[in-house]
Write a protein that binds this ligand. Sequence first.
Ligand code: GSH
Length: 218
Amino acid sequence: MAPMKVFGSAPFTNVARVLVCLEEIGAEYDLVDIDFHVKQHKAPEQLARNPFGQVPAFQDGDLLLFQSRAISRYVLRKYKTEEVNLLREGNLEESALVDVWLDVEALQFDPVMHSVFYQHRVVPVLGGTTDAKMVEVSIGKLKKVLDVYEAQLSKHRYLAGDLVSLADLSHFPETHYFMEMPHAAVFDSYPRVKAWLEDLMSRPAVKKVVKMMGQETH
Ligand code: GSH
């Protein structure tokens, strides 16, 4: 059977999320570039894979998927082993906790991180000026999320318990970019969060994807 295909490129945070799962499980896959400069993400072939005209899209045989967290869950379920079980499948309580913290990442963490990223990295490229007020509001919201994380990580090594899960890994792409931006020092007030991030960033799969993220234009 042909290897799984990921449509998109590594510098896009939602693509990087899927890639880190594929790297964690050691799966064979092809990464198919979608060229934003020529609006390939809005071309009929890509719209057939992802009706929102976004990346990533994903193909495994006849199965087409979009939404990075759904794709991540699919590959982690398909290739789950005793050693690599990043959804805690097979344990009702543990897998429910992974779902909780993955929702927190998607609904609380990612929007504020993305807002800061957009203001600092995208607005200037589009010829605009970073909206300092909007950044300040987002940083305020981020601190509230990090207060919760600091408390959780004082009880457990990882967000969903003492074993690493997709809920942790899903944070790395936005955080990787945030750490290069002016507000990175916000994390200094959260020692447990910082230690957790260092732990995640030291994983071979994360290191490999970080390298891939730096190799192409975002
Ligand atoms: N919730 C989606 C996911 O998790 O896959 C978000 C996908 C998304 O926003 N992708 C961005 C994109 O394709 C790149 S990271 N943007 C182009 C557009 O929206 O036109």
